[in-house]
Write a protein that binds this ligand. Structure first.
Ligand code: FE
Ligand code: FE
Ligand code: ZN
Length: 277
């Protein structure tokens, strides 16, 4: 069993997102908690949310994988940028509680020359400020391609953040196939080896969600340019292995491929057809 969906526009509210997901043949989806370039979030509409929750229940949706704005940088050098990251996360997590028990994924950040160790400390500090014992949302660190000064380019860097977080049970990792390939993990020729490595360093029980993207670039290129499923350097066979891997069942799989709705519907159908059982 695996859940498959794509990113969906949040502009028309939760029920609209749920209906759009169904239209695409999805049983999970991702959405930006606010404009991906930052800015204010919309007020919550509780009636809309409860219509969505009923719909998600009726259609047995998997966990949603909300995405923080990708401009958020929890380890920026400038204090006001870090404060914005903390306030954004705090506000997003409060809103996530209207749809209990889902995932909130974010890019750990870019240390912008301060060094990854300093970056790791700053990211953990913000997490320790915003995580609450009573929250039902699990916060996911995304595996990064390692372009520029990105933190989270290796499983070890992610683990360094996780081990500094006090409320560990509120944390997990989102495994982005394009990013790990670009970072230098050979999911094409040695998927078992990569998952073993993940298990040793972080623990596979902490791998909560998958971003399924092909990559425009070769292995270990540290680029992060997503490609349509099966059209890039990772290829369809590797993706088939990933969604069928016994150790990855039950996870939500989110497409972040360069597509329109028709393209996503096709890719969702394709991945579902490749999933055996
Ligand atoms: Fe992402
Ligand atoms: Fe991603
Ligand atoms: Zn990416």
């Amino acid at each position: 069993m695996i859940y498959i969906g794509s990113h969906i526009s949040a502009s028309k509210g939760y029920e609209a997102m749920g209906r759009q997901a169904l239209k695409l043949g999805a049983d999970t989806f991702a959405f930006f908690t606010r404009n991906p370039r930052g800015g204010k979030a919309k007020a919550m509409d509780e009636a809309d949310v409860s219509r969505f929750l009923a719909l998600a229940e009726e259609h047995s949706f998997g966990k949603l994988v909300a995405h923080a704005p990708y401009t958020m940088n929890a380890c920026a050098a400038k204090e006001d940028i870090r404060r914005f990251a903390r306030e954004t996360m705090e506000d997003d997590l409060a809103r996530m509680e209207y749809t209990p028990g889902n995932y909130y994924n974010f890019h750990p950040g870019s240390h912008v020359g301060q060094g990854s160790e300093a970056g790791i400390e700053m990211i953990a500090e913000i997490l320790n400020e915003v995580l609450k014992p009573e929250q039902t949302t699990t916060v996911l660190l995304e595996t990064m391609a390692g372009k520029g000064s990105e933190v989270g380019r290796s499983f070890e860097e992610l683990q360094e953040i996780l081990k500094r977080v006090k409320l560990k049970e509120k944390m997990g990792v989102c495994f982005d196939t394009c990013h790990v390939w670009d970072a230098g993990y050979d999911i094409v020729n040695d998927l078992d080896g990569v998952l073993d490595k993940f298990d040793t360093v972080i623990g596979l029980e902490n791998l909560k969600a998958i971003h399924m993207n092909d990559s425009m670039n070769p292995f270990a290129s540290h680029k992060d340019r997503h490609e349509k499923i099966g059209r890039g350097q990772i290829g369809l066979e590797a993706m088939k292995q990933i969604i069928n891997h016994p150790k990855l069942q039950g996870r939500p799989v989110i497409l972040e491929t360069p597509n329109d709705d028709a393209g996503w519907a096709e890719e969702i159908a394709l991945l579902k057809s490749l999933h055996s059982g």
